[in-house]
Every structure is written in structure tokens, then in C-alpha cells.
Design a protein around this ligand. Structure first.
Ligand SMILES: [Mg+2]
Length: 402
């Protein structure tokens, strides 16, 4: 394989994944408008995933159930069954791994594949994509969209172009025409917060970002600014990193706060919520860590991580307590914080890749965060109905549709 060989990267993204899993299991839902919804018994619950029949009525993810029913009175509501989605996700990944071992799962319903050189085995990229789509359809009764390019970013952007059942190529020569006119919010890697900051410095489209002076971006976003500019120019050299098989080496959660904070009490409560999630996942996967790390990203995007060893544990209490110690040692009430994270790992060396346990590229992991937000919204709905219901729905409002 010559080093000058063009890379071939796919992003395979499942269409309306949760509800499609339900439909594969319950054929009676097919052809009917249906949606997975948090607590469907309560009319103020939230839509987590709508099928395409429901979308035709205007039903969307994060919509309140009673709003959805107003648009589509015949809407069938199904409670979420996360075990089913996890199992289907594994089955999808199993199919994908037949085509290449270089597969990186990006969220429960999508993965990058590096198929460089595979045309010798399987044919041209378009033909391979067609086969993958057929396999997933025939074996699992699920639909996907596939983006094809020579890097991860463009493959992801391509996969968004046509849903459902779309296969889209997007190459560097096309970006001026196809990507640059799009609003920056459409760009993978740009979330609501980043969009706002970009708009503040006059950047509205991906083309504006691509052509913006690098210094201006560095001033506004630090290193991240340069990354954004490169991506807008279709440049992404990051490799498809095969997910480690077997035992995971770390579990982390981070969250971008809805407002920058300086109050350490508030920070502790955020950390507690995240530590609960980390502990829950650690116990579920029977994984004990011996290092607790926190990540703090300041409003100027400067990011620090700090860590501390602990006796092997998967208890929320230990994770949270150690996280608070680290927070106390590193808190500076003069510096507003926009993102907090906490995690555990079973390595205690310098952890050069410690950042990777958090999605510190925050907006780069929009998909994952969208899922987290939905999950969180579900938890909140479960535990607290009533007056702040609408406010909470607003928290998840404005997310891009699947
Ligand atoms: Mg996806």
C-alpha cells in the first residue's frame, strides 16, 4: 500500500436509531407514525426519537409529547428500552467490522471506517457503501446513511447530506460549493455556544470561517480556533482510531454549562451529577479505576486536567469526593468556567491521552452530547414534573435534528 494512496473514510450513521430498533422488534409499528418518548404515560414527557412517518407530521426530537400529539393525534408512543439499542448497536458494529478492522464508534448509532486500500477487496467506495447499507437492512432491518470522503470530518458532513438511506461523497473539490454556503451551526464541531461566539466576531457561514484570519480565531478560541479553520477548509488529518477491544481503560463525562460559572458550590453539584453517571457506568461494566481526573475549561477555552490516585474503586462517593478535592485545589473564582468533567481510569502514569476520556472537544462530540442531554432530560422528567417542565424542555431545545 503506497503512502500516497488516497484515504477512504466512511461515516455510517443509523437513521432514527432508537425508534427503528423498536420497529425492527415490533413490526406492527411499521407504516405508522411512532416515536420513542420518555415516560409516555405522562403527557408532558419528551420525544426522544420519531420515525419518518411521524416526522412527516412535523414531530421532532425533544418535542413535548403533548405538542407532538397535537401535530399527530395517531402517534404511537413507545417507552425507551436502552438494552435493545445497545444490543442493536453492537450488531451494527459487528457488520461494519467485516469490512475493516479500523473502525471507530463515535456514538451509539454511528462509526467511522477507514477503508483505504479496501477497493481491491470490496470494490469502489460507492459499491462498498451500498453493500454495507444492504447488509444492515437485510440482517437487522435498520436503515443508515453513509458519508464518504478522505477524512473523518468530511465523511461526517457528507453523511448529513442525505437521510434516510443516503450515500453521499464529499471531496475537497466540492467544499466551496457545498459546505461554505452553510451556516456555521451546520458544521460538525460547532455547537450552540461556539456558534454564538463565531457570530460575535462576524462569522456566519462555514465559508466565513474558512477564510477568516487565523489570528482572529486564535484570539477568540485559542488552539481550537485553528482547528475550526482547518476543518472549514476540509482539512482533517486525525486517524480513525480503532476502539479498544475488551475492558475500557477509562470512563469520563463532561458537560458544557448552560452559563459560565464561578461558584464552586455550583461546580460541585455539576461534578456530583457527572460522578453519578461515571460511577453508574463503572459499576455496570464492573470497571474499577485507580485514578480520578477532572477537566476544567475556562470561558477563554483554556483547559486544564488534574488527577489523583485512589484505591481501586467504582463508587460514586469516591469519584465525587476525589473530584471535589481536585476542584478545591484548582478552583479560581476569578476565572469563569464553561465546561466541567470527571472520570476514572485504571492507569496511573502520566496519562498523555487523559484528555481523551472526556469529550473536551465539546462540540466535536455533539452527537454523544445530544444523547446525554436526552438521557438527562428523561431522568429529569422522571424525577421532577411540573412547573419547571417547560424550562427543562428548553434546555434540550435547539439541538440539531438527528
Ligand atoms: Mg448519529
Amino acid at each position: 500500500m503506497s503512502s500516497s494512496m488516497r484515504r477512504v473514510i466512511f461515516l455510517v450513521d443509523m437513521n432514527a436509531f432508537f425508534i427503528s430498533c423498536e420497529m425492527a422488534n415490533k413490526p406492527e409499528l411499521k407504516g405508522q407514525p411512532a416515536a420513542v418518548a420518555g415516560n409516555p404515560k405522562n403527557r408532558s414527557g419528551i420525544i426522544l426519537a420519531a420515525n419518518y412517518d411521524a416526522r412527516a407530521f412535523g414531530v421532532k426530537t425533544t418535542m413535548l409529547i403533548h405538542e407532538a400529539l397535537k401535530l399527530c393525534p395517531g402517534l404511537i408512543l413507545v417507552p425507551p428500552t436502552h438494552n435493545l439499542y445497545a444490543r442493536k448497536s453492537r450488531e451494527v458494529m459487528e457488520i461494519l467490522s467485516r469490512y475493516t478492522p479500523v473502525l471507530q464508534q463515535n456514538s451509539i448509532d454511528e462509526a467511522w471506517l477507514d477503508l483505504t486500500g479496501c477497493d481491491l477487496l470490496f470494490g469502489e467506495p460507492l459499491a462498498i457503501a451500498g453493500r454495507i447499507m444492504d447488509d444492515i437492512r437485510n440482517e437487522l432491518d435498520l436503515w443508515c446513511s453513509i458519508g464518504i470522503s478522505d477524512n473523518k470530518f468530511l465523511a461526517k458532513m457528507a453523511s448529513e447530506r442525505k437521510k434516510p438511506l443516503g450515500i453521499t461523497e464529499l471531496w475537497k473539490k466540492d467544499i466551496k460549493r457545498i459546505l461554505w454556503p452553510l451556516n456555521v451551526r451546520e458544521m460538525y464541531g460547532v455547537g450552540k455556544q461556539t456558534e454564538k461566539r463565531l457570530n460575535e466576531i462576524g462569522i456566519m457561514t462555514i465559508g466565513d470561517l474558512a477564510c477568516c484570519d487565523a489570528n482572529i480565531l486564535t484570539n477568540a478560541f485559542g488552539k481550537y480556533g485553528n482547528e475550526l479553520k482547518k476543518l472549514a477548509n476540509g482539512i482533517d488529518t486525525s486517524p480513525v482510531t480503532a476502539n479498544p477491544k475488551g475492558e475500557s481503560k477509562s470512563i469520563g463525562r463532561s458537560t458544557t454549562l448552560s452559563k459560565d460559572i464561578v461558584d464552586i458550590e455550583l461546580a460541585r453539584s455539576v461534578l456530583l451529577r457527572l460522578a453519578e453517571e461515571v460511577g453508574e457506568e463503572a459499576r455496570r461494566s464492573d470497571f474499577k479505576g485507580k485514578t480520578v481526573s477532572i477537566v476544567i475549561r475556562y470561558s477563554d477555552f483554556r483547559t486544564i486536567t488534574r488527577q489523583k490516585s485512589i484505591p481501586l474503586s467504582f463508587l460514586t462517593r469516591d469519584i465525587y469526593r476525589t473530584g471535589c478535592e481536585l476542584l478545591d485545589e484548582n478552583w479560581d473564582s476569578n476565572k469563569p468556567v464553561r465546561l466541567l468533567g470527571i472520570g476514572i481510569a485504571n492507569i496511573d502514569e502520566d496519562m498523555p491521552d487523559q484528555l481523551s476520556i472526556f469529550d473536551v472537544n465539546e462540540d466535536l462530540d455533539d452527537e454523544i452530547k445530544r444523547e446525554e442531554k436526552l438521557e438527562r432530560a428523561m431522568d429529569q422528567i422522571r424525577s421532577r414534573f411540573g412547573s419547571d417542565m417547560l424550562k427543562r424542555a428548553k434546555l434540550v431545545d435547539g439541538q440539531k435534528e438527528e
